[in-house]
Write a protein that binds this ligand. Structure first.
Ligand code: PLP
Length: 435
């Protein structure tokens, strides 16, 4: 090795044991909840196929959808001009022009949104769109105020939590719990608790909500929209599972775009998590800032997602694909999972959140004797991967026992996997009582 001071060969080498990291370096370099989640996912889906995977948010492999995507991919790779566009050209900062034009027309026509191409930007997955939006809007401002992202209802998507580059960026609120029958419940925004202060930077919700499958009602959305207008801050709506695509919604919803709304869409849950394509629909002023930030961080977006997306919009029928293939597939999986839970958890004290969208069930065990994190660890030792609930309750000012009594189960797997996992879950719940 060459010594940087005297330029001579030396045996010295640097052992980075006590690496000095910046505050942001520590924040980004730590073993965050989303990192563990993706490690579990990667392990189960890429390395250790014997795991019973009811964990992360990978969409199901739906053969009819994959066949359509493969046909579009084939058409792209068999045309030399498109191959060059796919592999040999950096995308423009705002995103692929053809995709943006097709999206603008589609959203105007099918959703009735009064937008133009200037209200759209593409990112490398919606996860990175959130990182940019949160840090553009919240954090310390020029008047020395620590501005915050308000989450009107937790549990909320844990992937937001560690994206904050400034401390305590999220301020969240406990929901009201409505008990439904013997084994169901639903969270509702507690508008009495949702007190908004001057530090608000934006309101943010996922609809359907990851982890619960809750879908905020149209009335709740109207009230949030009114608050967003009253306080002159954006209302960010994460549509990763919702309308218009992939449309994994078990009941119809209204999605109204207004200049204060930021809709964040994604191609991932449609069956394309590997192409990393997010879409932001927002006021032009926000789009301009987002495009600059995305270019600074990523230089350009990947080309494959927008090219496949363009084919789905212009040459295929994306709505039919979602409504006639994707949705029935998930509906049938959800029905099966509900039946299996009723069969295998009989005699246990459990409640399931009203399943209104997405591909998870959220279980609440009111008399759980260990934390959901410990239950997760026990299940993992027995090859069952689930998501412990407590990671989804961030930004609360006070602790809440309920936050340690819930699990999220993904229902994209085969009947055999779901059955075996539930038998082990029932056994672990039983053991917990006597441990
Ligand atoms: N939002 C929600 C609610 C999610 O569940 C996910 C991923 O699971 C994302 C955003 C990020 O998705 P992607 O970056 O694949 O678009």
């Amino acid at each position: 090795m060459v010594c940087v001071h005297c330029r001579t060969l030396t045996n010295h080498y640097l052992i980075i044991t006590d690496m000095k990291l910046s505050n942001i370096g520590q924040q980004l370099g730590r073993d965050a909840g989303i990192v563990s989640l993706m490690e579990d996912l990667g392990d189960a889906l890429n390395v250790n196929p014997n795991m019973l995977f009811l964990g992360g948010g990978n969409p199901a492999a739906i053969p009819a959808v994959e066949r359509r995507l493969a046909a579009h991919l084939q058409a792209i790779v068999s045309d030399p001009q498109q191959v060059n566009k796919l592999l040999g050209v950096y995308q423009s900062p705002q995103g692929n022009e053809t995709f943006i034009a097709a999206l603008a027309k589609y959203l105007q026509k099918t959703q009735g949104w009064a937008i133009t191409e200037r209200n759209l930007a593409i990112t490398n997955g919606s996860q990175s769109a959130f990182f940019l939006l949160f840090n553009l809007l919240a954090g310390r401002d020029t008047e020395d105020c620590e501005r915050k992202i308000y989450l009107p209802l937790v549990p909320e998507y844990l992937g937001y939590r560690d994206q904050a580059l400034s401390p305590d960026m999220f301020k969240s609120f406990r929901p009201e719990i409505e008990l439904l029958g013997d084994h169901r419940f639903k969270y509702k925004i507690d508008f009495n608790a949702l007190t908004i202060k001057e530090d608000i930077a934006a309101l943010c919700v996922s609809r359907p909500t990851n982890p619960t499958g809750n879908v905020l009602t149209d009335e709740e959305m109207q009230r949030l929209n009114a608050l967003s207008c009253e306080h002159n801050v954006p209302l960010i709506v994460d549509c990763a599972y919702g309308a218009p695509f992939p449309g994994i919604l078990y009941q119809p919803v209204n999605n109204v775009w207004q200049p204060n709304t930021i809709f964040v869409l994604s191609l991932s849950k449609l069956g394309l998590p590997g192409v990393r394509t997010g879409i932001v629909v927002a006021h032009e002023a926000i789009i301009e800032k987002l495009v600059c930030a995305n270019t600074i961080v990523s230089l350009a977006n990947g080309n494959l997602g927008p090219m496949l997306g363009t084919k789905l919009l212009l040459e295929d029928n994306i709505d039919a694909l979602c409504q006639q293939t994707l949705l029935p597939y998930y509906e049938q999986k959800r029905k099966l999972m509900l039946e299996l839970i009723a069969r295998y958890l009989v005699g246990h004290d459990y409640r399931i959140h009203a399943s209104e969208g997405a591909f998870f069930l959220w279980l609440w065990f009111p008399s759980l004797t260990v934390t959901s994190e410990i239950l997760y660890q026990h299940l993992k030792q027995r090859n069952v991967l689930v998501m412990a609930g407590e990671h989804f309750f961030f930004g609360l000012e006070e602790g809440w026992p309920h936050s340690r009594q819930c699990l999220r189960l993904n229902f994209c797997q085969s009947e055999a996997v779901m059955t075996e996992a539930l038998i082990i879950l029932a056994d672990e719940l039983h053991r917990c009582r006597y441990r």
